[in-house]
Design a protein around this ligand. Structure first.
Ligand code: GDP
Ligand code: GDP
Length: 438
């Protein structure tokens, strides 16, 4: 499990170079993915561990899923979320283009927040440009540094600035017991606290503040049968004041960061209400980020008996895009179905850590291709040479093929289904990559 690292958010309007900067600091080039079925994507989050003080970084540009009608609104929304979640904000502007109105709007939000901000003037492609390109940005009043995300200029200076400003992370307390970390996500009032209380029951409850973050977050844990179960980042659950909490609790960045600290996410829905667009959005992020999760539809006691079946089917249909995630119907209040959660979480973690040998994998390839040949694409047929598991958590499979362009989405889906079926990976997110042999 990932420790609670400080969060650095990259904020700015489109095209200033946020994702270039993200990749540059992470020191990783975007993976060149050959898959045609959209199974692998770039992540929004990265862990920077090569510096003295490790931190998590989020590229808020990657948070725009659909093309929003009001792009500016969306960007300000992200800035708002970043304000709540981050320990430090990198506010990126385009030195070549100069200061724009949208930069000034973002700036106003950031200033109000009182959070620590570093202004990063990007596209300064050499030291000689620093003076001319940076001048007008000094007026914004933030500590400023010039970089070229594309060419690497100024990055080490920026990294020093980041490190100076990050809080010190205390060492995690050592507990020899195995631990399973869960994050409860869901809208305010979905029943997250009630569910935690129901789960904790008479078990020993331990509350510890999370070190190293400026946020008021706590980890709640209990011990059952020798395993320590931790609910991470439960701010707003124990603290009952809700002045600002609605936004904070449902911030995508915040939720995803909690999710990344957990082994398993329990996404709590209020079953007495319609599934909201925001719920769907967050669930599709979990899906996209390959985070293992369980959907717990709560408050089923409020659904009339004769409606139960149709409601259940409606929710199943709406979540068909992440069909692998276990869906359970519960009532935290009446303690119904609640005791399924811990065993399910355990199963999910086990699947996540699965390691499957190359021999077994290639026997499977042989069998499934015999049963169902790849279709012809423009007169050519896909050939699969070799299948291997590149990593676990989540299980990642690489198919070595003659040409990834020949993989039809329907065939990729077929292969995924077979992998799930034969190796009992029915609940866990899988990453599947097709790589050509060059
Ligand atoms: P984002 O929308 O803010 O994430 O911006 P991107 O990282 O996608 O970059 C937008 C464009 O600016 C791309 O065409 C990049 O190649 C270009 N770009 C990014 N950083 C630099 C830089 O340091 N110098 C120059 N000249 N171009 C850059
Ligand atoms: P949170 O904001 O997600 O932590 O939600 P809470 O646990 O505070 O619950 C919000 C409200 O929903 C409270 O009034 C709870 O009593 C109620 N609630 C929670 N679970 C259930 C349930 O299973 N059935 C019913 N009828 N009410 C519930």
């Amino acid at each position: 499990m990932t420790a609670s690292l400080p969060l650095v958010a990259i904020v700015g309007r489109p095209n200033v170079g946020k994702s270039s900067l993200f990749n540059r600091i992470l020191r990783q080039k975007k993976a060149i993915t050959h898959d045609r079925s959209g199974v692998t994507r770039d992540s929004l989050f990265g862990e920077v561990t090569h510096l003295e003080k490790p931190f998590t970084m989020v590229d808020t540009g990657g948070l725009v899923l659909e093309t929003p009608q009001e792009l500016e609104e969306e960007i300000l929304e992200q800035a708002r979320e970043a304000i709540y979640a981050a320990d430090l904000i990198l506010f990126v502007v385009d030195g070549r283009q100069g200061l724009t109105g949208m930069d000034e709007d973002v700036c106003a939000y950031l200033r109000q927040s009182g959070k620590d901000v570093v202004l990063v003037v990007n596209k300064v492609d050499g030291p000689e440009l620093e003076e001319t390109l940076a001048t007008e940005f000094y007026a914004l009043g933030f500590p400023l540094t010039c970089v070229s995300a594309a060419h690497g200029f100024g990055i080490s200076v920026l990294q020093d600035l980041i490190e100076e400003r990050l809080p010190v992370v205390a060492a995690e307390e050592k507990d020899p017991r195995p631990r399973l970390a869960m994050a409860m996500l869901g809208r305010p009032n979905a029943g997250k606290s009630s569910l935690i209380n129901a789960l904790v029951g008479t078990n020993r409850l331990i509350v510890s503040p999370v070190a190293g973050t400026t946020r008021d977050s706590v980890d709640v844990s209990f011990v059952r049968e020798g395993t320590r179960y931790v609910f991470v980042d439960t701010a707003g659950i124990r603290r009952r004041t809700r002045i600002d909490d609605d936004l904070e609790q449902y911030s995508v960045i915040r939720a995803l960061q909690a999710a990344r600290r957990a082994d398993v996410v329990v996404f709590v829905l209020d079953g007495s209400q319609e599934l909201s667009a925001q719920d769907k959005r967050l669930i599709s992020y979990l899906d996209r980020e390959k985070i293992p999760f369980i959907v717990a539809v709560n408050k089923t006691d409020l659904i009339p008996r004769y409606e139960l079946r149709t409601r259940q089917q409606d929710i199943r249909d709406a979540l068909a895009f992440c069909g692998h995630a276990p869906l359970i119907f519960i009532s935290a209040l009446k303690q119904r179905g609640v005791n399924k959660i811990v065993p399910l979480a355990g199963k999910l973690v086990k699947q996540c850590m699965a390691r499957i040998g190359t021999g077994e994998l290639n026997r499977l390839v042989k069998m499934v291709t015999e049963r169902h040949q790849p279709p012809m694409v423009k007169g050519r047929r896909l050939k699969m040479y070799y299948l291997t598991q590149a990593k676990s958590t989540p299980p990642t499979f690489v198919f070595f093929v003659n040409d990834p362009a020949l993989v039809k989405p329907s065939y990729a889906k077929y292969l995924e289904n077979q992998l799930r079926k034969f190796f009992r990976l029915d609940m866990v997110p899988l990453k599947i990559v097709f790589r050509g042999s060059h």
